[in-house]
Design a protein around this ligand. Structure first.
Ligand SMILES: [Zn+2]
Ligand SMILES: [Zn+2]
Length: 199
Protein backbone atom coordinates (compact mmCIF):
# COMPACT_ATOMS: atom_id res chain seq x y z
CA UNK A 1 0.00 0.00 0.00
CA UNK A 2 1.29 3.42 -0.89
CA UNK A 3 0.84 5.38 2.30
CA UNK A 4 2.97 8.38 3.11
CA UNK A 5 4.36 9.28 6.50
CA UNK A 6 1.90 12.19 6.73
CA UNK A 7 -1.08 9.92 6.16
CA UNK A 8 0.28 7.52 8.72
CA UNK A 9 0.54 10.37 11.26
CA UNK A 10 -3.00 11.51 10.45
CA UNK A 11 -4.32 7.96 10.89
CA UNK A 12 -2.53 7.74 14.24
CA UNK A 13 -4.21 10.94 15.33
CA UNK A 14 -7.57 9.67 14.04
CA UNK A 15 -7.29 6.50 16.10
CA UNK A 16 -6.27 8.48 19.15
CA UNK A 17 -9.28 10.76 18.73
CA UNK A 18 -11.76 7.90 18.21
CA UNK A 19 -10.43 6.11 21.29
CA UNK A 20 -11.15 9.12 23.53
CA UNK A 21 -14.92 8.61 23.32
CA UNK A 22 -16.89 7.40 26.37
CA UNK A 23 -18.22 4.42 24.36
CA UNK A 24 -14.63 3.23 23.92
CA UNK A 25 -12.84 4.42 27.02
CA UNK A 26 -15.63 4.03 29.59
CA UNK A 27 -15.65 7.73 30.25
CA UNK A 28 -15.05 10.87 28.20
CA UNK A 29 -11.31 11.35 27.67
CA UNK A 30 -11.78 14.87 26.28
CA UNK A 31 -14.04 16.23 29.03
CA UNK A 32 -12.86 19.84 28.94
CA UNK A 33 -10.86 22.45 27.09
CA UNK A 34 -7.68 21.56 28.98
CA UNK A 35 -7.91 17.92 27.85
CA UNK A 36 -8.52 19.01 24.26
CA UNK A 37 -5.60 21.41 24.47
CA UNK A 38 -3.37 18.57 25.69
CA UNK A 39 -4.62 16.44 22.78
CA UNK A 40 -3.61 19.19 20.34
CA UNK A 41 -0.14 19.44 21.87
CA UNK A 42 0.32 15.66 22.01
CA UNK A 43 -0.84 15.32 18.41
CA UNK A 44 1.54 18.06 17.32
CA UNK A 45 -1.32 19.72 15.42
CA UNK A 46 0.03 22.78 13.60
CA UNK A 47 -1.55 26.22 13.19
CA UNK A 48 -3.91 25.92 16.14
CA UNK A 49 -3.84 28.98 18.40
CA UNK A 50 -6.18 28.53 21.32
CA UNK A 51 -8.94 26.06 22.08
CA UNK A 52 -12.41 27.15 23.28
CA UNK A 53 -15.52 25.39 24.62
CA UNK A 54 -17.01 25.77 21.12
CA UNK A 55 -14.07 23.78 19.74
CA UNK A 56 -14.67 21.09 22.33
CA UNK A 57 -18.32 20.61 21.32
CA UNK A 58 -17.35 20.63 17.62
CA UNK A 59 -14.60 18.04 18.13
CA UNK A 60 -16.99 15.76 20.03
CA UNK A 61 -19.41 16.02 17.08
CA UNK A 62 -16.66 15.40 14.56
CA UNK A 63 -15.47 12.33 16.50
CA UNK A 64 -18.90 10.73 15.96
CA UNK A 65 -18.80 11.54 12.24
CA UNK A 66 -15.32 10.05 11.88
CA UNK A 67 -16.41 6.93 13.73
CA UNK A 68 -19.31 6.55 11.28
CA UNK A 69 -16.80 6.61 8.40
CA UNK A 70 -14.40 4.26 10.19
CA UNK A 71 -17.16 1.70 10.82
CA UNK A 72 -19.21 2.30 7.63
CA UNK A 73 -20.87 -0.84 6.24
CA UNK A 74 -19.43 -0.34 2.75
CA UNK A 75 -16.85 1.67 0.84
CA UNK A 76 -19.70 3.40 -0.98
CA UNK A 77 -21.16 4.70 2.29
CA UNK A 78 -17.72 5.60 3.65
CA UNK A 79 -16.87 7.52 0.45
CA UNK A 80 -20.07 9.55 0.57
CA UNK A 81 -19.44 10.43 4.22
CA UNK A 82 -15.84 11.47 3.48
CA UNK A 83 -17.01 13.65 0.60
CA UNK A 84 -19.66 15.33 2.73
CA UNK A 85 -17.23 15.86 5.59
CA UNK A 86 -14.41 17.47 3.63
CA UNK A 87 -16.79 19.56 1.50
CA UNK A 88 -18.47 20.97 4.60
CA UNK A 89 -15.16 22.33 5.92
CA UNK A 90 -13.90 23.65 2.57
CA UNK A 91 -10.86 21.40 2.47
CA UNK A 92 -8.13 23.25 0.61
CA UNK A 93 -5.10 21.25 -0.54
CA UNK A 94 -1.89 23.26 -0.36
CA UNK A 95 1.78 22.35 -0.26
CA UNK A 96 3.84 23.46 2.71
CA UNK A 97 7.27 22.82 4.25
CA UNK A 98 6.61 24.46 7.62
CA UNK A 99 8.84 23.91 10.66
CA UNK A 100 11.56 22.11 8.73
CA UNK A 101 9.28 19.26 7.65
CA UNK A 102 9.68 18.21 4.03
CA UNK A 103 7.11 19.28 1.47
CA UNK A 104 3.73 17.83 2.29
CA UNK A 105 0.07 18.56 1.75
CA UNK A 106 -2.21 20.36 4.17
CA UNK A 107 -5.90 19.98 3.47
CA UNK A 108 -7.43 22.27 6.06
CA UNK A 109 -8.38 25.79 5.00
CA UNK A 110 -6.00 28.47 6.35
CA UNK A 111 -7.04 29.58 9.87
CA UNK A 112 -9.65 26.82 10.06
CA UNK A 113 -11.15 26.13 13.48
CA UNK A 114 -9.76 23.03 15.19
CA UNK A 115 -12.64 20.69 14.34
CA UNK A 116 -12.62 21.84 10.69
CA UNK A 117 -8.85 21.42 10.57
CA UNK A 118 -9.19 17.86 11.91
CA UNK A 119 -12.16 17.08 9.65
CA UNK A 120 -10.12 17.99 6.57
CA UNK A 121 -6.91 16.19 7.60
CA UNK A 122 -8.45 13.05 9.09
CA UNK A 123 -11.20 12.90 6.45
CA UNK A 124 -8.58 12.99 3.69
CA UNK A 125 -6.49 10.32 5.43
CA UNK A 126 -9.57 8.08 5.48
CA UNK A 127 -10.18 8.98 1.84
CA UNK A 128 -6.65 7.84 0.94
CA UNK A 129 -7.29 4.50 2.65
CA UNK A 130 -10.48 4.09 0.61
CA UNK A 131 -8.64 5.03 -2.61
CA UNK A 132 -6.00 2.39 -1.86
CA UNK A 133 -8.75 -0.23 -1.43
CA UNK A 134 -7.56 -0.83 2.12
CA UNK A 135 -10.69 -0.24 4.17
CA UNK A 136 -10.29 -3.61 5.87
CA UNK A 137 -7.27 -2.17 7.67
CA UNK A 138 -9.65 -0.06 9.76
CA UNK A 139 -10.21 -2.43 12.66
CA UNK A 140 -11.66 -2.84 16.08
CA UNK A 141 -9.60 -4.64 18.74
CA UNK A 142 -10.53 -8.33 18.97
CA UNK A 143 -10.09 -8.55 22.73
CA UNK A 144 -13.66 -9.16 23.94
CA UNK A 145 -13.62 -6.44 26.59
CA UNK A 146 -11.87 -3.80 24.47
CA UNK A 147 -13.65 -1.36 22.15
CA UNK A 148 -10.59 0.49 20.92
CA UNK A 149 -10.05 0.92 17.21
CA UNK A 150 -6.78 0.88 15.29
CA UNK A 151 -5.43 0.99 11.75
CA UNK A 152 -3.56 -2.16 10.83
CA UNK A 153 -0.51 -0.98 8.90
CA UNK A 154 1.25 -4.34 9.13
CA UNK A 155 2.44 -5.75 5.82
CA UNK A 156 0.29 -8.88 5.97
CA UNK A 157 -2.72 -7.21 7.63
CA UNK A 158 -2.47 -9.62 10.54
CA UNK A 159 -2.82 -7.27 13.47
CA UNK A 160 -5.70 -8.22 15.77
CA UNK A 161 -5.30 -6.11 18.90
CA UNK A 162 -5.19 -2.39 19.57
CA UNK A 163 -1.87 -2.71 21.34
CA UNK A 164 0.41 -5.73 21.46
CA UNK A 165 1.71 -4.89 24.94
CA UNK A 166 -1.68 -4.62 26.60
CA UNK A 167 -4.52 -6.39 24.77
CA UNK A 168 -2.30 -8.60 22.61
CA UNK A 169 -0.28 -9.77 25.57
CA UNK A 170 -3.37 -10.23 27.74
CA UNK A 171 -5.07 -12.33 25.05
CA UNK A 172 -1.96 -14.44 24.51
CA UNK A 173 -1.82 -15.18 28.23
CA UNK A 174 -5.55 -16.07 28.24
CA UNK A 175 -5.10 -18.37 25.23
CA UNK A 176 -2.09 -20.02 26.89
CA UNK A 177 -4.08 -20.64 30.09
CA UNK A 178 -7.00 -22.05 28.08
CA UNK A 179 -4.62 -24.42 26.28
CA UNK A 180 -3.14 -25.50 29.61
CA UNK A 181 -6.63 -26.12 31.02
CA UNK A 182 -7.74 -28.18 28.04
CA UNK A 183 -4.46 -30.09 28.15
CA UNK A 184 -5.11 -30.80 31.84
CA UNK A 185 -8.70 -31.84 31.02
CA UNK A 186 -7.68 -34.26 28.30
CA UNK A 187 -4.98 -35.65 30.63
CA UNK A 188 -7.73 -36.28 33.21
CA UNK A 189 -9.88 -37.97 30.57
CA UNK A 190 -6.96 -40.18 29.59
CA UNK A 191 -6.50 -41.20 33.22
CA UNK A 192 -10.18 -42.14 33.43
CA UNK A 193 -9.93 -44.16 30.27
CA UNK A 194 -6.89 -45.92 31.58
CA UNK A 195 -8.71 -46.68 34.83
CA UNK A 196 -11.75 -47.93 32.92
CA UNK A 197 -9.74 -50.18 30.64
CA UNK A 198 -7.81 -51.59 33.59
CA UNK A 199 -11.01 -52.05 35.61
ZN1 LIG B 1 2.12 20.00 8.29
ZN1 LIG C 1 -7.62 -3.69 22.79
Amino acid sequence: MLITHDTECALGLLVELLNTSPEVAGREQLPDVAALDAFVVRGNISEVDSVTPLDLAAVHRLRGQLRDIFTAPSTQVAAELVNALVAAVNATPRLTDHDGHGWHMHYFAPHAALADHLAAELGMALGLILMAGERERLRRCEAPDCARVFVDLSRNRSRRYCDSRTCGNRMHVAAYRARQRSAADSAAVTDDEVTVSVG
